[in-house]
Write a protein that binds this ligand. Structure first.
Ligand code: ZN
Length: 294
């Protein structure tokens, strides 16, 4: 699995080196603004290749930028225009539907780059290779197609629009949390996997009985209607996720193949997976650490 880690390095420079870097920064910014002006004057071009073709020589000659940096300029400007175009189109749609009267003005003038920041390419990108198995495997609920409750207006009082907004917001929050965890885990030599979230709050971790009725009045207490196991519903969810994570680990150890996210689109595979989950058992004297990996 390939993962990009971002490292922030402070350059220790002497006064002359600092001046030289500063000069490059300003030249880079000027080049961005020149390309932005060009793009604007030619129909607000967002195509990075077109910008590259039309402006590369000028960037190299006029702003004295090295090749790799000269390539970054049209790329960055193109990306800026692309974002702005998306906003213009979204705004046009909203106005057509009568949802807003405001006209988006982001592309009325050529975007101007003020801050003199640039990406230095020092010789090459560095890649760190590790063939080792991760220290620990962290299971996260795959909530892609499951709506999670949030503390916003919901239930019967929420409007259709509000519900849609809630769904959107909670998905974003989870996606963000997942990506942060995945990143942090990787830098600590661990790995995150997404596990199927279906019925994690309804399945009994000790006997496998799965039913909505296991959550009386949809409350915070889990009461298994079959074996009468009782526990806070969040802990039940966590145990089910831990069990499913161990299942993934087991499959990984025996097949050498790791599935980082379940395929939710395949109905048959899903049914088989749920059947497997129903066979998982959490016993009070079995902690995940001593779980037999087989
Ligand atoms: Zn039970």
């Amino acid at each position: 699995m390939k993962m990009t880690l971002t490292a922030k390095l402070k350059l220790q420079t002497g006064p002359e080196q600092f001046q030289a870097l500063r000069k490059t920064q300003l030249a880079y910014r000027d080049a961005l603004n020149a390309v932005s002006q060009y793009a604007f004057a030619h129909g607000k071009i967002s195509n990075q290749r077109t910008l590259q073709r039309q402006m590369y020589d000028e960037i190299r000659l006029l702003y004295q930028l090295p090749a790799q940096m000269a390539c970054n300029v049209p790329r960055q400007v193109g990306a800026t225009y692309k974002t702005l175009w998306t906003k213009v189109k979204q705004n046009a749609k909203m106005r057509k539907q009568g949802r807003t009267k405001k006209r988006y003005k982001g592309l009325d003038t050529a975007p101007k780059y003020v801050s003199p920041t640039l990406t230095y390419n020092y010789q090459r990108d560095y890649s760190l290779k590790s063939d080792q198995h991760p220290h620990s495997l962290i299971g996260l609920e795959n909530l892609t197609d499951i709506r999670e409750h949030s503390k916003r207006t919901r239930g019967k009082h929420a409007s259709k629009k509000q519900r849609r907004a809630n769904q959107h917001a909670s998905r974003w929050a989870f996606a963000e949390l997942h990506s942060i965890l995945a990143y942090k885990a990787a830098s600590a030599g661990s790995l995150t996997v997404k596990v199927d979230a279906h019925f994690t709050s309804q399945a009994c971790p000790t006997c496998g009985y799965t039913s909505k009725a296991n959550r009386p009045a949809q409350g915070l207490l889990f009461v298994c209607q079959s074996c009468h196991y009782m526990l806070h519903a969040d802990l039940v969810g966590a145990r089910n996720i831990a069990l499913r994570t161990l299942l993934i680990r087991q499959a990984w150890m025996s097949t050498g193949q790791l599935s980082v996210a379940p395929d939710v689109s395949d109905g048959e595979a899903k049914a088989a997976r749920l059947q497997k989950y129903a066979e998982l058992r959490w016993s009070p004297d079995t902690s995940p650490l001593s779980f037999d990996m087989g």
